[in-house]
Design a protein around this ligand. Structure first.
Ligand SMILES: C[S@@+](CC[C@H](N)C(=O)[O-])C[C@H]1O[C@@H](n2cnc3c(N)ncnc32)[C@H](O)[C@@H]1O
Length: 303
């Protein structure tokens, strides 16, 4: 089946789950089902729950995975909500390949491309809040926060000034022109600003934090969690959370001696350093360049 999205770090991700036990594997970002299909093929003892907030992607994945129909269930929601429904299930693995699919990025109608006629950027088409609201209705302070925190571009004040002066902005094409007037010369400069607005529209960092929170609640002994991120803000969140989970002692740094019992480790980090794409993969799929995979294995809860 020809797919509009090439899964990144495919072999590395499947290998991360090599010790997966019986039970459910939850793909929080099913997309076009690339990772899920390989998981079902390679690990015949698992059942799969595929989550995606994008109904177009889910329709495609349903067809692709139809030969595994008796082992697969689908939930068309945000992962943060869907994971809450899985309480009580025996979950042996969880994967989140967060970010935007190539289909979403390349399809001008979805309003992610620089030259799109719309200003949208929603992964979930049922959500009302879109890039139009961020660009046209945020006050200066809120817009500066978005651009500063999520693009890390030091010219954020000037950029916001130009956006506000040129309102209303109705398409990505117009937004690109305004950003160019503000001094951003090329796509390389535009990309982080578009990314910042997209992060805000889809509440991406809060979603990632919720996926980590819910995974911790769902995990049992041996549950493996794999997270693939595409920019440093996300990777930092995952790295720090895994470090926190791996810590035996959770006493504050200023404590003179350990008073927590030193028995708070929730599991082990499976990837000392993040796994990144090989030169070969980057050549075939340039979008894999920024992908980072990190893995964690939970141990039995001490309760
Ligand atoms: C990078 S793609 C995943 C591709 C997939 N691994 C594959 O092999 O086809 C990301 C997908 O996750 C979805 N997504 C991102 N964040 C999500 C979230 N918080 N909840 C549900 N779906 C999400 C997007 O709609 C998109 O379809």
């Amino acid at each position: 089946m020809k797919t509009p999205h090439i899964p990144v770090l495919l072999n590395e991700t499947i290998d991360l789950f090599k010790n997966i036990k019986d039970g459910y594997f939850v793909d929080c970002t099913l997309g076009f089902g690339g990772h899920s299909e390989e998981m079902l093929k390679r690990y015949p003892h698992i059942k799969l729950i595929g989550i995606d907030q994008d109904s177009d992607a889910m329709e495609f994945a349903k067809k692709r995975l139809s030969k595994y129909a008796n082992r697969v269930e689908f939930i068309n929601k945000r992962a943060s909500e869907a994971l809450k429904e899985l309480k009580g299930l025996n979950i042996s693995g969880i994967l989140a390949d967060i970010g935007v699919s190539s289909f979403q990025l390349d399809n001008a109608k979805r309003g992610f491309t620089f030259d799109s006629d719309t200003l949208d950027m929603r992964m979930n088409k049922n959500q009302e809040f879109s890039a139009k609201d961020v660009v046209n209705f945020y006050d200066r302070e809120s817009l500066e926060r978005v651009i500063k925190d999520y693009s890390e571009d030091r010219r954020y004040k000037k950029i916001v000034d130009f956006i506000i002066k040129n309102r209303p902005i109705t398409s990505n094409r117009e937004l690109s022109e305004v950003l160019m007037k503000a001094g951003l010369k090329d796509k390389k400069n535009l990309a982080p600003i578009f990314q910042a607005i997209r992060i805000e529209v889809n509440n991406e960092l809060n979603e990632l934090n919720s996926i980590l929170d819910e995974s911790e609640k769902l995990a049992g002994d041996g549950t493996i969690l794999g997270i693939i991120t595409f920019h440093s803000l996300e990777d930092r969140i995952v790295k720090n959370r895994f470090k926190k989970w791996a810590r035996k002692c959770i006493c504050p740094p200023e404590a003179i001696r350990c008073e927590c019992g030193g028995n708070n480790q929730k599991g082990i980090i499976l990837t000392k350093k993040p796994i990144t794409a090989s030169k070969e993969e980057i050549k075939q799929n340039p979008r894999s360049r920024s992908a980072k995979l990190r893995g964690f294995m939970f141990k039995e809860k001490n309760e």
